[in-house]
Design a protein around this ligand. Structure first.
Ligand SMILES: *Cc1c(COP(=O)(O)O)cnc(C)c1O
Length: 432
């Protein structure tokens, strides 16, 4: 079964035969799941190609625009491609949207007005949104503009608290924000089907409320996307799944025409909207990245499932577990000791194509109450569709791990993390 020539390649990179063979056994057991992931990628690849063909992507689309960017064919066509691909009426896909948080802030600030209320029916939103909303006071937050916020937590079993969601919706409720990925929390990530159920419920109480989905880390993980189950807007980052690892910057909003128009007027200026915003030299990487994104996401997903199964077999708690269905690309592994967490991150770093020779060390990162260790050797700074891992140096010493531009690199990263634990006697070798 094992190919000795390939094993030798891993050994040359520092993976011992024992670790390699344990990985090979786990990989073998995952054959059917990997086939299913490939089928999803195939489905989504066709979806992307169809969107490109329908909107007549041509060589002219890759030309650079500068200055005001009037009549930027590449930019305008790409936005049509995103709209077709994700099932929206229109889209805003721009390098001027600096990151996922910016895209989410833009969608919220442009579609809410003073006196409106924002509701999160899925508990606490992603950390960086706390300042956008004003949960943690911040300059320029929604709260400063007189936009209030309400939150309904998920029930202990991770399901929606329909009764309290019903009570929370009132005459001021204008927008409901639903985060698809658990991010760095321990709640389950939401399937598109579940998101659809929640949206149907919300709209049955108040039909004109806008439903926005924070789609970060979720794109192309399933065959359907949230706009297909009733969302009005989806929002995400191009240095995660939909940029396919090639987009060097950017964010997107796809959805109802009016929502996108509001966002465009806010991003540029009232009166200008989508008409300005040169795409400079990055536009072709947006196209190529989207083209590759289904396959890149599949690789990252295989890596997450591989890691879950490796570490679960060795007795470490993992979220999601080795067998449950996936709705995003994040994997958490609880390593139970600072040495384990550090060793894991050192392995991820040592497997990287970039900066593999540096050693990650815990540091006191601003905004955190404990030291944090991070590992990433990425072509694009901070890109989390590329293989990366981080975790706070405090009990239970959980690492959050995601990405991998190719499955093979994700596999090497995970084997290298295990190698580092193995070398320090932090794993029970009887379980391998
Ligand atoms: C990454 C992420 C964000 C923020 O994106 P940045 O690009 O890091 O600003 C928001 N929500 C979720 C669920 C994310 O995963």
């Amino acid at each position: 079964m094992e190919n000795k020539r390939i094993e030798a390649q891993y050994e040359a990179l520092g993976i011992s035969p024992k670790v390699y063979q344990f990985g090979a056994k786990i990989e073998h057991e995952l054959a059917q799941r990997f086939l299913d992931i490939d089928k999803t990628a195939e489905f989504n690849q066709m979806k992307v190609i169809a969107a490109m063909q329908k909107n007549h992507v041509s060589a002219e689309c890759f030309a650079m625009s500068n200055g005001y960017g009037y009549n930027d064919l590449g930019r305008d066509t790409l936005e049509k491609v995103y709209a077709s691909c994700f099932g929206g009426e229109d889209a805003l896909v721009r390098p001027q949207i600096t990151c996922g948080t910016h895209a989410l802030a833009l969608a919220l600030m442009s579609n809410l007005r003073p006196g409106d209320e924002l509701l999160s029916p899925v508990g606490k939103p992603y950390d960086t949104l706390e300042e956008v909303i004003g949960i943690r006071p911040s300059k320029g937050s929604l709260a400063e503009y007189g936009i209030s916020y309400r939150q309904v937590d998920l029930l202990p079993d991770g399901s929606f608290d329909y009764e309290n969601i019903r009570k929370a919706i009132n005459e001021k409720t204008r927008l409901v924000t639903i985060q698809r990925s658990k991010g760095y929390q321990t709640r389950p990530s939401l399937s598109v089907a579940k998101i659809g159920e929640l949206i149907t419920f919300v709209k049955s109480i108040k039909p004109d409320v806008l439903c926005m989905v924070d789609n970060c880390y979720g794109e192309f993980v399933e065959e359907r996307e949230p706009l297909e189950v009733g969302a009005d807007m989806i929002v995400g980052s191009l240095i995660k799944n939909p940029g396919g690892g090639l987009a060097p910057i950017g964010g997107y909003i796809v959805g109802k025409k009016e929502c996108i128009e509001n966002a465009a007027y806010r991003l540029t200026s009232p009166g200008l909207g989508k008409e300005v915003g040169a795409s400079l030299n990055v536009i072709s990487s947006f196209y190529q990245g989207l083209f590759q994104a289904p396959v890149v996401t599949a690789g990252a997903l295989k890596g997450a499932i591989f890691a879950a199964n490796i570490y679960e077999k060795l007795g470490f708690p993992v979220i999601p577990n080795g067998s449950e269905s996936r709705h995003d690309i994040i994997q958490a592994v609880t390593l139970n000791s600072p040495e384990g967490l550090i060793a894991f991150c050192k392995g991820i770093q040592a497997a990287a194509p970039v900066d593999s020779y540096v050693t990650p060390e815990p540091w006191a990162m601003p905004g955190y109450d404990s030291e944090v260790i991070m590992a990433a050797g990425a072509f694009v700074q901070g890109s989390s569709i590329e293989l990366s891992a981080d975790g706070p140096l405090k009990p239970p010493y959980a690492v959050y791990f995601q990405g991998g531009l190719t499955w093979y690199h994700a596999k090497l990263g995970i084997l290298m993390s295990l190698q580092k634990l193995y070398e320090q006697n932090l794993v029970n070798t009887n379980m391998m």
